[in-house]
Design a protein around this ligand. Sequence first.
Ligand code: FES
Ligand SMILES: [Fe+2]
Length: 406
Amino acid sequence: MLSKENNELLTRVGPGTLMGQVLRQYWVPALRSAKLEIDGAPERVRLFGESFVAFRDTNGRVGFLDEGCPHRGVSLALGRNEECGLRCIFHGWKMNVDGQVVEVPSEPQGSNLASKVRVNHYPVHEAGGIIWVWLGKGSEPPQFPAFDFTALPHENIVPRSAIQKCNWVQALEGLLDSSHVSSLHQAWLPPDTGSMEGPFAGVSTSLAPQYEITERPYGFTANARRTAPNGTAVNRYTEFVLPFYCFIPNTLETVKVMACGVPIDDETTRFWEISWNPLGPLDAATSDAARNFGKASQDLDNYYQPSYGPDKVWGQDREMMKQGHYSGIVALAFEDFVVQESQGAIVDRSLEHLGASDTAVIRVRRLLLDLTRDLKEGKPLRGLDQPIEYDKIKSLHEIILPAKAQ
Ligand code: FES
Ligand SMILES: [Fe+2]
């Protein structure tokens, strides 16, 4: 459990909050690259309780600016994207991708107002079909986390996201909590507890995996170890990369997964689920089928679109349950979203009763809280204090057969 104070410290990310400042030190995914066309419509982006606008200019460069026009605050998401800049529709001021005001047509000729005004703009990096942004202020951005999938051709990667109506830490904790996979997701797993079949081989063997945490320069590795009735050991190593990236293990060679919950604000989260095939092209349907994921919406920017909220118990289907389905929720991914939203917008962690199955959850909270202290003391943050070989980070799903009896 956490004190109410630490729960606030852990979860709140708006401007001025300590955790918000911590998250802003790292590169984060903002939107899919395909959302921005050259001279096309700008996109309004919400991150960490703040509003931004992203656009792709005539030369293909991406601008990421504060949403409000520096003149009188009109949304630049309404702007006209033309001739290497975004023009506010109110009085026609024009801003370029570097945050310079390049035209102020509402001022008399010869006015030097343009040269005196700037808009906050933020460094971006396009990789893996995603536009990543660094929202830190006052220094140079750190090393970009060039995860291995970011070097693949775009057709090998499915970057997509869903909107969750709860705090980002609930999403993060779900990704690090291996024991729930055997319980919540059991309808999608092989029913036989001894089974070593499928992408989640061995996960049905135990509801109570043993955890082993190994600290890493970028975060930690959480191994959840299960043992089958015949003695086969199953190690599933989830890699946690600060501030919220989780590489999820499965047995598949052709579908790898990284997921993270990125705060839109304190009570809303954009859950990114990035899957890729290191060996060839991949689409969302193939990725879902390979993982027995259930049917998600085809909208790549919100693949979770529940028809019911808490008033209808998230559309849980009790008929399905009577017929043997464990949760009554129509897709594996949605099971996570439903349980996390049901904890409330920001779960009160002072009321919990944690056990051994919560080892990785406890570790990630401690690590994040420690970072707020480091930030306050002016110390370098983990993951940003030394070069990291991000492309080497891989989650491992290991099956160790029992030694043969003599
Ligand atoms: S508010 Fe944007 S030009 Fe006036
Ligand atoms: Fe889950």
